[in-house]
Design a protein around this ligand. Structure first.
Ligand SMILES: [Cu+2]
Length: 196
């Protein structure tokens, strides 16, 4: 009986220790989460080469972005189609050999997003989902290819149930393509992509 009591006490003590351990873990993860949140609000800078090679992609991407800002699904679909064509026409072979594989992979994924956007006239929320993923691809692409203009990566912390999402703009003025007129001003510049 005494032995059982001791076992029980030991079990309780170790349970208590575990519970406490869990708490300290939670404290840690909360702390690192808020550090991450802070970090994402800090602006970073990346310098890229001056190049016109991705100009058609950037033009049509920005037209698509503006259509979503204006809550115009039909225009977004049209721009999505033109962006798809710009990806098709992009000359990977003119890019440095060492970058061609990665560029090919980015473009393969990005043009599927553009195609879905072009096929979803009338479903702007679905277009916005593809646009969010597409934006990361276009950012990765211009960092490799360079750009003919300065770009800003802008982060909206509220997109996708507060998961957050970002887009590219040629201006640092906030006009939110994820929410359009519902929340036009939500967002802040996360990264400056500056032409050398
Ligand atoms: Cu889709």
């Amino acid at each position: 009986m005494k032995k059982t009591m001791i076992m029980l006490i030991l079990a309780l003590v170790s349970w208590g220790a575990n519970a406490q351990h869990d708490h300290s873990n939670m404290g840690h993860s909360t702390e690192s989460h808020s550090k991450m949140a802070n970090k994402s609000m800090e602006q970073s800078n990346v310098e890229v080469e001056r190049s016109k090679s991705a100009s058609a992609i950037i033009d049509n991407y920005l037209a698509l972005k503006d259509a979503l800002v204006a809550d115009n699904s039909k225009k977004a679909a049209n721009s999505g189609k033109m962006l798809f064509e710009a990806f098709e026409e992009f000359d990977i072979s003119a890019q440095p050999k060492s970058e061609q594989k990665e560029l090919g992979e980015i473009i393969e994924v990005a043009r599927e997003h553009a195609e879905h956007i072009s096929e979803n006239d009338g479903n702007i929320e679905h277009q916005r989902e593809h646009f969010e993923m597409l934006s990361t691809d276009v950012k990765d692409l211009v960092i490799i290819t360079g750009t003919d203009r300065d770009l800003y990566q802008i982060f909206c912390p509220m997109y996708n149930n507060n998961e957050g999402g970002s887009w590219l703009s040629a201006s640092s003025e906030i006009k939110n393509p994820f929410f359009g007129s519902k929340m036009l001003k939500c967002g802040s510049v996360q990264q400056n992509i500056t032409v050398k």
